[in-house]
Design a protein around this ligand. Structure first.
Ligand code: AHR
Length: 492
């Protein structure tokens, strides 16, 4: 297989907002309890936070973490998580039919977030609650003091900038699910009240829970028609999995993410035109990942448990390549997608896995995510690509090569995926518009066994490898991408 592409700084998409590389911590399964927090664990600090997990979170480099849900937030009383831990109530969380002890609340989460150096993105409950609880929470978090809620906090304000107006309110599974009209009115009035408490906050309106939702498109149009001026972002959620043995389609699912983003952008811009609005809305793709939802389908009538093992997918090399490709899709839309949250950070469809009382380790998907987060900073350039195509059952004819370039000035980083399951691909890159680039390194995630995974016993079975340095000659780079691989080529 052979392909080529041209990279030119004139073909500028937009600057990468570092918040594109965010993550997500939900009170679900073992994400919080025994994931980030486990008092009594040999590596727990004085506050009960696992430092083995914290070290991996720092290595991952996600600058932003969404919290506390997810479906969980739609039944959450944030006041249950403040005050002396011994006096906090244990509640039944209806979203995941779990016992929530409230030993981690907003204050503990902020201590953890500061410790690992991430910015919080806070969701408010628009399922069972509404405007009053939301504006009290902003007061609790962001006001310096002198009011009921801010005095209860004590200490410095948290200064939380980014707020989600509910979670997946279009989904019939959501506690307090609403029609688009019902949600739009509630979101608008809640947004106004929250901003009256703190005018400096940024707000995210709920978009669709997925492109497959029957209300997709009309939901965004209705919600944004009402809330356009009151919000800064509309959310998107997208989860992908391999169906049966159709790996070819799975490897191309970033084309679905591309189309989904384009459709939400088109809808937001339509509302902008109709409403004669001046500002342009941006996108918070605040839940995305590979998730084998089909494996979870049988778990609908969950038994009530505390800290159950929920959706602990173990990711393979193939899944990791897809995760890398989904990041390429997000980067390609850097002009409109400013926020992204890979769901979730630990254990629950997690990038990091832990055992209670035991080890913490990196899933295979950790690697493309950590490397893109670290090196994909700068200005995204749209490459002109010529590549062979293949036919897929779900996405039609798609290119075997997907790639994006990030201009880091003076260098360039290329992220590329070879979707062929069997054949390596030679790639020639024309870099003549970027004179002075003479050396390159090539890091790849690929394996003789595309189903290989990392486990507690073999935590480093899947890791990226440094391949032979590609040749750069006369402004042309020559590189070979292994079969079924994610690649990062750094030029300087
Ligand atoms: O991330 C797991 C769940 O997926 C979240 O709680 C929900 O928002 C989504 O459906």
């Amino acid at each position: 297989l052979s392909s080529s592409m041209t990279v030119d700084p004139a073909f500028r998409v937009g600057d990468v907002d570092p918040r594109l590389y965010g993550s997500f911590v939900e009170h679900m399964g073992r994400c919080v309890y025994t994931g980030i927090y486990e008092p009594g664990h040999p590596r727990a600090d004085a506050d009960g936070f696992r430092q083995d997990t914290a070290e991996l979170v720092r290595e991952l480099g996600a600058p932003l973490v969404r919290y506390p849900g997810g479906n969980f937030v739609s039944g959450y009383r944030w006041e249950d998580g403040i005050g002396p831990p011994g006096e906090r109530p244990t509640r039944l969380d209806l979203a995941w039919r779990s016992l929530e002890t409230n030993q981690v609340g907003i204050g503990e989460f902020m201590t953890w977030a500061r410790g690992v150096g991430v910015e919080p993105m806070m969701a408010v409950n628009l399922g069972t609650r509404g405007l009053d609880a939301a504006r009290s929470l902003v007061e609790y978090c962001n006001l310096p003091g002198g009011t009921h809620w801010s005095d209860l906090r004590g200490g410095d304000p948290y200064g939380i900038k980014l707020w989600c107006l509910g979670n997946e309110m279009d989904g019939p599974w959501q506690i307090g699910h609403k029609t688009a009209h019902e949600y739009a009115r509630l979101a608008l009035e809640t947004a106004r009240a929250m901003r009256q408490v703190d005018p400096s906050i940024e707000l995210v309106a709920c978009g669709s829970s997925g492109r497959q939702m029957p209300t997709f498109g009309s939901w965004e149009a209705t919600v944004l028609a009402e809330t356009y001026e009151a919000v800064d972002y509309v959310s998107m959620h997208g989860y992908y999995e391999q169906h049966g043995d159709d790996r070819d389609s799975f490897l191309a699912c970033a084309t679905d993410m591309d189309a989904f983003i384009d459709e939400v952008v088109a809808t937001a811009d339509h509302v902008r035109a109709v409403g004669r609005h001046r500002k342009r809305l941006h996108i918070a793709f605040d839940e995305w990942n590979v998730w084998y939802l089909s494996r979870f389908a049988g778990e609908t009538a969950l038994e009530i448990r505390q800290t159950p093992r929920l959706i602990e997918d173990v990711y393979s090399v193939t899944d990791a390549v897809v995760v890398g490709n989904l990041l390429i899709s997000l980067l390609r839309h850097a002009d409109r997608v400013k926020i992204g949250c890979q769901a979730q950070l630990v254990n629950v469809i997690g990038t990091i896995m832990t055992e209670p009382g035991g080890a913490a380790w990196r899933q295979a998907s950790f690697h493309p995510y950590a490397l893109t987060t670290r090196y994909g900073r700068g200005t995204v350039l749209r490459p002109a690509i010529t590549a062979p195509t293949y036919e897929t059952a779900r996405h039609g004819e798609v290119p075997l090569l997907d790639a994006v370039a990030v201009h880091t000035d003076p260098g360039v980083v290329l992220f590329a995926v070879n979707r062929s399951q069997t054949e390596p691909m030679s790639l020639e890159v024309d870099l003549r518009a970027l004179p002075g680039l003479t050396t390159a390194t090539h890091t790849a995630l690929a394996d003789d066994d595309p189903d290989a995974v990392n486990t507690a016993q073999q935590p480093d079975r899947v890791t990226p490898r440094e391949l032979a340095e590609p040749k750069v000659d006369g402004g042309r780079l020559q590189v070979t991408l292994p079969a079924l691989s994610w690649n990062m080529i750094r030029l300087s």
